[in-house]
Design a protein around this ligand. Sequence first.
Ligand SMILES: Nc1ncnc2c1ncn2[C@@H]1O[C@H](COP(=O)(O)OP(=O)(O)OP(=O)(O)O)[C@@H](O)[C@H]1O
Ligand SMILES: [Mg+2]
Length: 235
Amino acid sequence: MIRFEHVTKQYTTGNTALDDVTFTIDRGDFVFVVGPSGSGKTTLFRLLIRDALPTSGGIYIGDWDLVNLPKNKIHQLRKNIGVVFQDLKLLRDRTIYENIMFPLEVGNIETQEARNRVEDIIDRVGITEHRDKFPVQLSGGELQRAAIARALAFSPEILLADEPTGNLDNATSWEIIKLLQDINASGTTILMATHNADIVNSLRNRTLIIEKGKLTKDQHSKHKKEEHKAHKDNK
Ligand SMILES: Nc1ncnc2c1ncn2[C@@H]1O[C@H](COP(=O)(O)OP(=O)(O)OP(=O)(O)O)[C@@H](O)[C@H]1O
Ligand SMILES: [Mg+2]
């Protein structure tokens, strides 16, 4: 469903953020993207929503050829890919409800339909009691749920979550992971950038490891399971 073919991204400053990266991700998968700070994880996400173009290489999502996607189609692409940004990007002067409503307003969704959707999503991510508060009044975990809710506004096929547990304690991190697992179980393909070794090691998701812009390891969930089994058998 997602295909990167020899993707290189060089910023105009000369930084090579991604260097000849090739991989494919199947529909319905839940994949971790792991790597040190500055390795290119956020850049990879920006390329997937056409917030940036690669310097060379091809990026494909289903039938979409992102490099050659006309500008007037970008909004359609972005309805199909929800993003939880590393810095969340919630609007401070709007309530949680209004924040989740915002993309639907911009997308010209009819008011009653939009309200129904927002209420469903708020309920789904478990922040009903916080719906009329402003972002500053919420905890880190609650804000993360709000940002996930906003990313789900158009029921996207793909959800990108950039360090969704970055600022959270262990218990709250796991709650967020459970929420993402639920979303994945309902059919949404998920890519999650993370530094959280505990989560990556505990779950057996496919894991892409990026170091200095290079894809250095692509650990398929199946292999991880086999490794785990071999490890147990050797004990
Ligand atoms: N807009 C930009 N202009 C120039 N260089 C950039 C830009 N954005 C990122 N970079 C550089 O590209 C490289 C990859 O950055 P990126 O933000 O993708 O890393 P990351 O893996 O998301 O890091 P972190 O874990 O800290 O979020 C870094 O060297 C960074 O300085
Ligand atoms: Mg980043």
